[in-house]
Design a protein around this ligand. Sequence first.
Ligand SMILES: [Zn+2]
Length: 72
Amino acid sequence: MAHQFHFRYVPREQSTDPSAMCEHHCDRVIQFISDDSNEVRYEICALDAEVIAKVFLEAIEGESRSLAGSGQ
Ligand SMILES: [Zn+2]
């Protein structure tokens, strides 16, 4: 079964690595937390998350366009 995650948006001090400041010096981070183990698996600031979300959407849209264009 695939891993399930929940998310928290927490102050930088609650990060698993508070010294790892992003380049925008955001004071909060989004944590991806495993539902199974409650471990923090990944952390990202909101600005980076926005950039990645756009890249995901572009990839998905690009894929649907290429599928539509293939005539299937
Ligand atoms: Zn940031």
